[in-house]
Write a protein that binds this ligand. Structure first.
Ligand SMILES: [Cu+2]
Length: 301
């Protein structure tokens, strides 16, 4: 896997240099061992070997590797650097809430499990959690950072080129920890700007009778107790904001493909896909209603 940004690149460099350092020492020790085994008799000076091989050599090698690698650690910058894009990411059980705030107007939109960023721009992620500790980890872009309830941590990263970089919660956070993935989608700056402008808008109006049926069933089933669809429902925060759910690549934190079948399947069998997830299964919904809801959600681009 290739590092796709400077933060991940410096981790990869440190990792490889430490690995090479360790390999050289290991080979040296093995050669000495072979030499000691083949040697018969003769005088050795134990004190010299212990002082040289046990104190001086590791002292010098470890001190040199540390002196070289310490400055590579990311600087602790509590505030976003000027020009950085600020995105808030909150670990939930077991999905990621993502918020973009327009600093000029103060308006904000929420999305889930997919973080879009422009290439070549510094991105400052403000990380926190609601109930338990999670760890934000997108290996191709940056190192792991814990998300702690009641505390704000941060992570500075940027992507050199467009691509989809998969991430995963890296701190055990309960039964669906393994199904808590996310995608960071790096786009060219103008594509990102277009996406952002689109996401800031309320949900598109229904275009077909089938979609209207889906929207009405969504409200009748009280999905809006947990999910917000801006322009259609009141604000609810227990589950992902669905205002533009149709534009996402995957559902339920990388668990289900965002296709008509995937959506219907998730709604009917959420507890089979992710036992313990904080959404009930709607097994009793008939196929036509499920298809209508799925159709409407898919239209929310
Ligand atoms: Cu986790």
């Amino acid at each position: 896997m290739q590092a796709a940004g400077p933060a991940a690149q410096s981790i990869a460099t440190v990792g490889w240099v430490l690995f090479a350092g360790g390999a050289v020492v290991f080979i040296g020790v093995m050669l000495l061992l072979a030499w000691a085994l083949r040697r018969r008799g003769g005088a050795v000076r134990p004190a010299l070997w212990i002082a040289g091989g046990g104190i001086l050599f590791p002292g010098v090698v470890l001190a040199a590797l540390m002196a070289w690698s310490l400055p590579m650690a990311p600087a602790w910058k509590p505030l976003p650097p000027p020009g950085a894009l600020v995105i808030s990411v909150t670990g939930r059980m077991w999905w990621w809430e993502v918020r973009y705030r327009d600093t000029a107007t103060g308006s904000e939109f929420r999305t889930a499990n997919e973080i879009r960023i422009p290439t070549g721009q510094a991105v400052y992620l403000a990380l926190t959690s609601t109930e338990v500790i999670h760890s934000f980890w997108v290996p191709q872009l940056a190192g792991k950072t814990d998300m702690l309830p009641g505390r704000l941590q941060h992570l500075l990263l940027s992507a050199d080129k467009p691509g989809v970089y998969r991430g995963q919660c890296a701190e055990y956070c309960g039964e669906q920890h393994a199904l808590m993935a996310l995608n960071v989608v790096a786009q060219l700056p103008d594509e990102f700007a277009a996406w952002r402008a689109e996401q800031a808008r309320p949900a598109v109006a229904v275009a077909t009778p089938q979609q209207a049926l889906g929207r009405d069933a969504f409200l009748a089933q009280r999905c809006d107790a947990c999910h917000t669809v801006r322009g259609v429902t009141a604000d609810a925060k227990l589950g992902p904001d669905l205002t533009h759910v149709g534009s996402r690549m995957q559902l339920a934190a990388g668990t289900v493909p965002n296709t008509p079948q995937g959506r219907a399947d998730w709604i009917a069998h959420a507890q089979q896909h992710k036992p313990g997830a904080r959404m009930p299964s709607y097994e009793r919904l008939d196929a036509a209603t499920l298809a209508a809801i799925s159709d409407w959600l898919g239209s929310l681009k």
